[in-house]
Design a protein around this ligand. Structure first.
Ligand SMILES: Cc1cc2nc3c(=O)[nH]c(=O)nc-3n(C[C@H](O)[C@H](O)[C@H](O)COP(=O)(O)OP(=O)(O)OC[C@H]3O[C@@H](n4cnc5c(N)ncnc54)[C@H](O)[C@@H]3O)c2cc1C
Length: 461
């Protein structure tokens, strides 16, 4: 690596540099400022606004998140903190999510609400679930392929009608290329009684990780990072894309050449990107270089197509609907104006249509995506040919979902351990290269701030 420019006297010398001002980076800065005000710090964010994935965009009176972002808070400290940050602006909402399958709409989750599906399919799902329950052995393989896991835990009927096609569509790979490591919090397993009751039409509401969620009254989810960014405004450098990191010299260089020295680095950049940007780390004998690890990490992107519709009612008030079947080119459609009326102008409603996009495949044009969204929504009976689309926007989320393949855990563990030894904590949804949520990002930032502060206290030095 070319030696970095020597520092001038006027150059800032922060001891802690945070990369990225999404929720994880903002939380790290907030906790550092409160808990270790004597340690200087700076947050470098490439975009012109803070928030990362948790931002909102407003166009012509419509507000869209980067697909629906709903707060499911469980940690008491995080809950109290978010409540303090947003005050009366935070409202609680009871989830209304559905699944479109075999021409009907079922309550979420599929496995506990089979009523309404063709009777033959309900019978198959039930019989296979009972058989699976009889032989349900604890997994002997933490990285059990997802398809095999779904068949073992739910039986072939439920696995084939929902679990396998939905997740293959979302992640853009065959279900057995995925492991089941990420399912613990995301996929609820009902007991036999719940499955039978759901098959008979006795609704099993409130299952899963987000039966109720919090959301800002107006402004979209972007209100949360906006409130947080205000508290750490003095530490934020927006429009500051990190180009490379000299891990040996402990310096970060921006695309414009500015440099920042650090004693500890907290990075929330996608791990694959961070590893490509790092230079100067000695590779232990026999271990793969970090750039090789980066090249083997896989993910999928999402294109979020936001539509404004010229009528106030949409989808019977549903908040979002899952689409496991191939006749629908998207995996989920959300209805922001059903969650929060302020997301669309009076007399209108809004839809956020989520297309999975493999990063290595050509991206369809905006017109193609809008036509595909409209076609699928009409086939599902959610739009009629008379409905007018008064607005369409599009956002690429890349990366959006980490692919948990058989290599992921070993590669990520190896990379994070080597970074840690070099004084770099890689955290957040993509820093830890995992499947997680907003509360987790806030907790990650807090934990990283505590670890860094502990390492830099005089006793530890
Ligand atoms: C489709 C989708 C739906 C979701 N829905 C929900 C939901 O309903 N509820 C929920 O709790 N969670 C949801 N999540 C998860 C949630 O968005 C994340 O867990 C959380 O926002 C991650 O925050 P983060 O700070 O870890 O990462 P990010 O928000 O990705 O922040 C990383 C930051 O780093 C910056 N950056 C990247 N490269 C550079 C560079 N070279 N230089 C400087 N800065 C850089 C980025 O611009 C970004 O601001 C969803 C995620 C997706 C993809």
């Amino acid at each position: 690596m070319r030696p970095l420019k020597s520092e001038t006297k006027r150059e800032m010398r922060p001891r802690i540099v945070v990369l990225g001002a999404g929720l994880a980076g903002l939380s790290a800065a907030w906790h550092l400022a409160r808990q270790s005000p004597d340690l200087s710090r700076i947050v470098l964010e490439k975009d012109d606004s803070a928030g990362g994935l948790c931002r909102s965009r407003s166009v012509d009176g419509f507000t869209f998140d980067y697909t629906g972002h709903y707060l499911h808070l469980r940690d008491p400290a995080m809950t109290a903190w978010v409540e303090r940050l947003l005050g009366d602006e935070l409202v609680e909402v009871e989830r209304r999510s559905l699944i479109q399958s075999h021409g009907v709409r079922l309550e979420f989750p599929f496995q506990a609400n089979l009523h309404g599906l063709p009777p033959e399919l309900v019978a198959r799902c039930l019989i296979d679930f009972v058989r699976a329950s009889d032989d349900l052995a604890p997994p002997n393989d933490a990285a059990e392929p997802f398809g095999r896991w779904a068949r073992r835990v739910f039986g072939d009927g439920i696995a084939e009608a929902f679990m396998i096609p939905y997740n293959a569509k979302l992640f853009g790979v065959d279900a057995d290329e995925l492991t089941s490591e990420w399912v613990a919090w995301a996929v609820p397993r009902p007991d036999l009684e719940q499955v039978v009751r759901g098959a008979l039409g006795i609704a099993n509401r409130g299952m899963g990780y987000n039966p109720r969620f919090r959301y800002p009254r107006c402004g979209g989810i972007g209100s949360l990072p906006a409130a947080l960014a205000e508290c750490v405004a003095d530490d934020l450098q927006l429009g500051a894309p990190v180009a490379r990191i000299d891990a040996a010299g402990r310096r970060v260089q921006l695309a414009d050449g500015r440099e920042f020295a650090y004693e500890r680095l907290i990075s929330t950049l996608p791990l694959a990107e961070l590893l490509h940007r790092i230079e100067g780390l000695v590779t232990p004998g026999g271990a793969p270089p970090l750039s090789q690890i980066a090249a083997r990490l896989r993910w999928t992107a999402v294109i979020d197509v936001g539509l404004g519709i010229d009528r106030p009612e949409i989808a019977g008030g549903a908040h979002w609907i899952y689409f496991p079947e191939p006749e629908y080119p998207f995996y989920r459609a959300g209805f922001p104006s059903n969650v929060c009326r302020a997301m669309a102008p009076e007399g209108c409603s809004s839809i956020s249509v989520e297309f999975s996009q493999r990063p290595d495949r050509p991206r369809p044009s905006h017109d193609e995506l809008v036509a595909a969204a409209r076609g699928g929504l009409e086939r599902a009976g959610l739009l009629s040919p008379e409905d007018r689309i008064v607005l369409s926007t599009e956002a690429l989320i890349d990366p959006a979902y980490v692919i948990f393949d058989a290599e992921r855990t070993r590669l990520v563990d190896e990379a994070l351990a080597r970074l840690d030894e070099a004084g770099i904590l890689s955290i957040g949804r993509f820093g830890a290269w995992t499947y997680s949520y907003m509360e987790r990002a806030l907790i990650d930032g807090k934990t990283a701030a505590e670890r860094v502060a502990a390492a830099l206290t005089p006793a530890a030095r």
